[in-house]
Design a protein around this ligand. Sequence first.
Ligand code: ADP
Ligand code: ZN
Ligand code: ZN
Length: 752
Amino acid sequence: MPRYADIVLPLAQPAYTFAVPEGMALAEGQAVAVQFGARRFYTGIVWRIHDRRPDFKTVKPIRRVLYDAPLLTAPQRALWEWIASYYMCREGEVMRCALPALMKPSGDSEEEFASDEFRPRTECYVSLAPELRDEEAFDAACERLERRAPRQYAALVEVASAGGGARIATGEVARRLLHADAAVLHALARKGLVRLAEHERTVERGGSSFLLPELSPAQLRALGELRSQFDGGRATALLHGVTGSGKTEIYIHLAAEVLARGGDVLLLVPEIALTAQLIARMERIFGSRVTAYHSRLTPRRRTETYLRLNRSEGGEFVVGVRSSIFLPLKRLQLIIVDEEHDASYKQADPAPRYNARDCASVMARLMGCRALLGSATPSLETWLNARTGKYGLALLRERYGAARPPALFLSDTLRAAKRGERQGHFNKLLLDKIGQTLDRGGQAMLFQNRRGFAPYVSCTECGWTARCPSCNVTLTYHKGRGELVCHYCGHTEPVPAKCPSCRVTDAVPMGFGTEKIVEQVASLFPEARVARLDRDSATSERAFSATVADFAERRTDILVGTQMIAKGFDFEGVSLVGVLNADNLLHNPDFRAAERAFQLLTQVAGRAGRRDDAGEVVIQTSDPSHRVLRQVLEGDYEAMACAELAEREAFFYPPYARLTALTLRHRDPELVRRAVGELARRLRERFGRRVLGPIAPPVDRIRGEWLACLLLKVESGASSARARELLGAELRRLAVDPAFKTVTVVCDVDPQ
Ligand code: ADP
Ligand code: ZN
Ligand code: ZN
């Protein structure tokens, strides 16, 4: 009977059916080469094999099978399907993001396809001929060589002893590790004394006895609770521990148990650049079992890593960013999501717009393994799940050891200005504390949630501001580059000498960013060594690491940065943290503003005094009685969570509602306006008052396209599958409507 296979292609299209050639051995999850469309050749993934002929005329055959083994396990395929259904995209779009680029050759001809294929780098390995593993035979061979060919003799002895302890090692050794040169080894091979083999580099796994940190009583209790909740059948649990409480130590213990059993562990981290310290810490304990996976690896390294893990027998510890959820770990037993509240677990663009934290939970269910979510300031979604018993929960309320929580001060910017106790963007309190810190030889971190020198440039005479020609935003002034920059599209232009509108005065930078803070600190404390860390200064991995290393090794005294400095750093010398202006965090027009402000400020504050002396934190604000600031001051996460949840429930926002954001884009503003109006009308027929909008987004023009938004709010209890089905039908209708089909519609489920 003829066989067919539904193949997922790296396109935003449904799986397509191909014929399986007679005699081709094929398994689901395998990668194959196929021809699709007029002449394009693609890599596809075998999704389902069946015997139902599709109803189009010519069914093209699969060209050939790629790679030896399937690239995807059954649970991975199930995860792709879940993502495609939940986030309303195609499996093909998941494929684009899940598999490293080099693994998906394509081309306009078979030759082009073949030349695009990944060729693993191989190297030469040497082993003793099996006959020589016998001591007598080995000694005889040595004797024959010793006088006549001393270099071959030396090489033979070296190969034999390369395995370490034993006199006659039986394993393979990479040629690059031997002193003997290639010609000598080839001579030995010709005599049949050694064997040479070309293959991919193998990784030494090391043993499974790890030197683990000893846990404090509180940590032991939390570990015990997590274990019993997992054993009691919970797939997901939350570890809610204040910063510095030693959540990492608990991860280490849970991971060690899994690795010792031969299972795999996946540790997800928000952004790898910020967690180099964490990786180093894991490597000190787990050695070569640790594999890092992130976007700063070369495409080749990513591909090699994927393929190596696909062949692995287990015992892997992967530390990676959100896309690591797609790695083929066949014995995955534990997924840890560190800083689970972090917004960077959600992919904003392009599709699939997935949240890796939620995928971890789904994956745990699919694989029958565990997911542990860790945070000092959990997302309210996760916290509610833990409170209602859907997730397990363990608490760590104290910092580890002698480290005390930092002392927090709110400093009123308006009052300081009135009293003349303000210099530049610094209140006297913060200046005094910086001075004291420097006198003691301590270090300070200053947090300003804005890059550049000034958020906008404005004319004091006529009020003109510099704006981006293709986005509806003001341009940010970057003094170091002497340019105005658009943070949405990257457009740059020189700073005008005179106001282009009235030509009377100079254009003046207004507001302030990290660059300006650096300038002010440097002039207020001329003896201090000041550095800056943000997306502009950390242009390369090397620049970033150098700045971090300088600060860690106390070659700089003050580090000024954006939220980049808030996450994941553990600098011993930091005793003071200053927040220049908390107002813009609090007054963000976003329903998560209060939660985010609490998380960020708590995290920033957590950078102070991570060792024995208590640190100090100064938060400058014009609104020191703000509820969220009081809660940060008291370190009262629960108060924040309860107050926020009450508001979310009253105004019907997550976690009580599921949001789907729809964004329509087109160069013609009138067309966008009509399309969004029409879509809103049609959706209201089905969803009624659950449809909000049309809403003008905060930035309504980006890269020359006009934007309009709709928001769909569906009760958490309602069938989200049904809602997606209805929404999907309307979006498809719009996509084929001749009046609107040129309008781009982006659908973001659970937007962050
Ligand atoms: P968290 O991840 O909860 O912020 P960490 O795991 O980074 O906290 O711990 C904070 C500091 O305390 C780290 O420097 C860590 O090495 C130390 N620490 C925590 N628990 C232990 C322990 N059981 N033994 C030794 N050091 C610990
Ligand atoms: Zn002007
Ligand atoms: Zn722009």
